[in-house]
Design a protein around this ligand. Structure first.
Ligand code: MOS
Length: 758
């Protein structure tokens, strides 16, 4: 695992980990695997040659900016331009200037492009400005006043009365389950907003088209989401709006639904000015108004027998959706469906709701509701283990799903169940039980104020869209042999740093039997590529990659028949002689997946990925600071296409989870994000990064032609509960609210001492 040990090992005294006897199909050294080709986009990015949206030179472009609400809730009376300002070279637009419907089309269509009557959150767009220079555009923005009559804001999710979405899942008889229980454990867990902090802020450039339409270039995850939103708001037919994804500097869900708003804004301005318009957010504007991870309050009542059998779970979930619905119904759905954890339980009741508050809308963020639910589920499991006096590993050994078990939605787990394999692999690679004993025997590393501990969490992540989502999307992916004899992959899946361009090309190259360098990936331009669905939900490698594998198989067979020889040796000359060929493959459901959207019974996901994670921490008892030293993550994502990049997903998701666990705290006052800068909203840097050991397990999914499941979000689910469990092991106090900041840790230690002294 040397390639992954990128951080100077600040190792503590410990016994040597025993990493030999891993389950079959385990990849211990991703770097040494032949499939680990380097990312095709790595060199230009590392050399600074890659051009992101704001790097694009567009002659004659004007600059746009956004006039925003400065109150969380109000009746909007109108805007007033400063009569002393020179407005002659400035274009100003309000809701009255929207050519089509004043909605950012998504699911509920409740969010306006520009506020018309009522302001629902701080920072809500009210008007748009464009001018030949950025300085003039900003000056004009600052000379516009928004007149509004304040209304009382709802800022507390538990006091909110407007429910955007709710779910109820029942399995067995929960009261009968509690009646069998020898022990009932209750817990309430809270999580806060988390900001994506993609490297590149939201960026759009809109260019008017000769046909009266508009082409929008930008930083985004889902070209066809933006396309649909543009059509609706601008009242344009499909051909006259084109969306082109430019090089995108990170997204993590933050460029899933949010970019549709700025794309419409830029397009409206470009059409009004008759010139290209650049709309580039700076970091402060981006943090102030972009979506965040949903804050949550999650309550558990768990019933167990004396010997540790899980007999009842009663779970109640509230998510803060902010001012508009965005994707909250599906984020909450995923949170709800993951809240039981990877644990078999005969009697389960889950109730959940996403509510409206007058805060900026929350939305997609890597994990999509699962990190909140799995944080709560894992802390609750640890509390039960503590009460029973058994180890966290032993408890999970007893509870973990086995093949044939049924989930709370009555989904039978028919294949590819790796809960126990990942648990054992992580515990073994971390030498968990021995390490816990070592730390318990010698808690402090400096004979004083720094204590250490180790924690563990395990989890699951449903791969692909929930329920019937994939079938409804009917995604299309294509492989083309061009008339010039080149191979092209046509998908709208976007590269945002996760490796799409490499992995999908690898899948096509492998099926065709040709070198990776002979496969091109067409750019993500809606006038060029089909709709292969949004690049979300850990679905790209599994679903889009699966379609490509089948399309490539068909292309290979067709060419081999036509050319009368093996594909690699014949395809190029064959195309030049006989013309190009293209195969479009449309998703039409996985066999035997049955889901009832109205009752929430059935196969919630086509399959699950599984993981277990351990974390070793040091806690400074004087300052409350936590240093995460070593994380071991064992992840099963089915057949791995590129082990090095898979390990990279594990490292990145783990580090994002470490930030979520310890320092990423968005402070909200009066509905406004107060720490809206990188100086005040902290994320882990290389200095804070633990040593991360990724152990990849390959338990294939039989319905995907290449056996792959999802991975992108899975590691985000587990680092936080593992770190908080390690903090509890080190200090003896449980922090039930994320992030476990120094303030919260010190307060909990104080309360603990007070309790001990009374
Ligand atoms: Mo996502 S959080 O499914 O982009």
């Amino acid at each position: 695992m040397t390639a992954l040990d990128t951080h100077a090992p600040t190792r503590m005294a410990r016994t040597a980990p025993e990493v030999d006897a891993r389950p079959a199909g385990t990849i211990a050294d991703p770097a040494a695997d032949a499939r680990s080709v380097p990312r095709v986009d790595a060199v230009p990015k590392v050399l600074g040659l890659a051009r992101f949206t704001d790097d694009l030179v567009v002659p004659g472009a004007w600059h746009g900016c956004t006039v925003r609400a400065t109150v969380p809730h109000a009746r909007l009376l109108g805007i007033e331009r400063d009569p002393g300002f020179d407005w002659s070279r400035v274009v100003v637009l309000t809701a009255a200037d929207i050519p089509g419907d004043n909605v950012i089309h998504l699911m509920a269509d409740d969010q306006p492009v520009l506020a018309a009557d009522e302001i629902q959150h701080f920072g809500e767009p009210v008007a748009l400005v464009a001018a030949p220079t950025l300085a003039l555009a900003r000056a004009a923005r600052d000379h516009i006043r928004v007149h509004a009559d304040p209304l009382p804001p709802v800022l507390d999710m538990l006091a909110a009365d407007h429910i955007f979405a709710s779910y109820a899942i029942d399995r067995g008889d929960v009261e009968a389950g509690f009646a069998q229980a020898d022990l009932v454990v209750e817990g309430t867990y809270r999580t806060g907003h988390q900001e994506h902090i993609y490297l590149e802020p939201q960026s759009m450039i809109a260019i008017p088209r000769p046909d009266g339409g508009v082409t929008v270039h930008g930083s985004l995850q889902c070209p066809y989401y933006v396309h649909a939103a543009l059509k609706r708001a601008l009242k344009l037919d499909a051909d006259r709006c084109v969306v082109v994804q430019e090089e995108t500097g990170g997204a993590f869900g933050g460029k899933e639904e949010f970019p549709s708003g700025p794309a419409i804004h830029a397009a409206m301005l470009a059409l009004a000015v008759g010139r290209p318009v650049r709309l580039i957010y700076d970091r402060r504007e981006d943090i102030s108004v972009s979506t965040k991870r949903h804050p949550s309050v999650i309550r558990y009542r768990t019933g167990v027998t004396r010997d540790g059998r899980l007999v009842a779970q009663d779970i109640d979930i509230t998510f803060d959706a902010g001012a508009y619905k965005t994707l909250s119904a599906v984020v909450l759905s995923r949170g709800t469906l993951h809240s039981g954890g990877p644990y078999a339980c005969p009697n389960v009741r889950i109730r959940s709701r996403a509510v409206r508050t007058n805060t900026p809308p929350t939305g997609a963020f890597r994990g999509f509701g699962a990190p909140q639910a799995e944080f709560a589920a894992e802390l609750q499991a640890d509390r039960v283990a503590e009460k029973l006096g058994i180890s966290p590993v032993e408890l999970r050994e007893r509870w973990a799903y086995r093949l044939g078990d049924r989930t709370p939605t009555n989904q039978e787990l028919r294949e590819s169940v790796s809960a126990l394999d990942t648990l054992r692999a992580a515990a073994r690679a971390a030498d968990f039980e021995a390490q816990r004993r070592v730390f318990a025997a010698a808690r402090s590393i400096d004979g004083g104020r720094t204590v250490r501990g180790i924690g563990l969490a395990m989890g699951w992540h449903g791969a692909g869209f929930t329920g019937g989502g994939e079938k409804y999307l009917a995604s299309v992916a294509a492989v083309e042999l061009t008339a010039e004899g080149r191979i092209r992959v046509l998908v709208d899946s976007t590269e945002m740093g996760q490796g799409m361009r490499t992995v999908l090309a690898q899948i096509a190259a492998q099926r065709l039997g040709i070198p990776l360098g002979e496969v091109e990936v067409a750019r993500q331009d809606t006038s060029v590529v089909p709709n292969s669905g949004p690049t979300v939900a850990s679905r790209t490698t599994m679903v889009v990659g699966g379609l490509l594998a089948t399309a490539a198989d068909r292309l290979r067979a067709a060419v081999e028949e036509r050319a009368g020889g093996p594909f690699p040796a014949t395809y190029s000359a064959d195309a030049r002689g006989n013309g190009g060929l293209r195969f479009d493959e449309r998703f039409d459901g996985y066999p035997d997946i049955v889901w009832d959207e109205t009752t929430y019974v059935g196969d919630a996901y086509p399959c699950f990925s599984w993981a277990a994670t351990t974390a070793e921490v040091e806690v400074d008892l004087d300052t409350g600071e936590v240093a995460v030293r070593h994380v071991v993550s064992a992840d099963d994502c089915g057949t791995v296409v590129n082990p090095l990049m898979a390990a990279g997903q594990v490292e990145g998701g783990t580090l994002q989870g470490v930030g979520y666990a310890t320092i990423e705290e968005m402070k909200v006052e009066g509905g406004r994000f107060v720490n809206d800068r990188l100086a005040t909203y902290l994320i882990p840097t290389a200095q804070d990064a633990p040593r991360i050991t990724a152990v990849l397990l390959e338990n294939p999914f039989s319905n995907a032609p290449h056996g792959a499941k999802g991975l992108g979000e899975l590691p985000m689910d587990l680092a936080a509960p593992a770190v908080v469990a390690a903090i509890a092991d080190a200090t003896g106090v449980w922090i039930d609210e994320l992030p476990a900041t120094p303030e919260r840790i010190l307060a909990a230690l104080d309360a603990d001492r007070e309790e001990a002294s009374t």
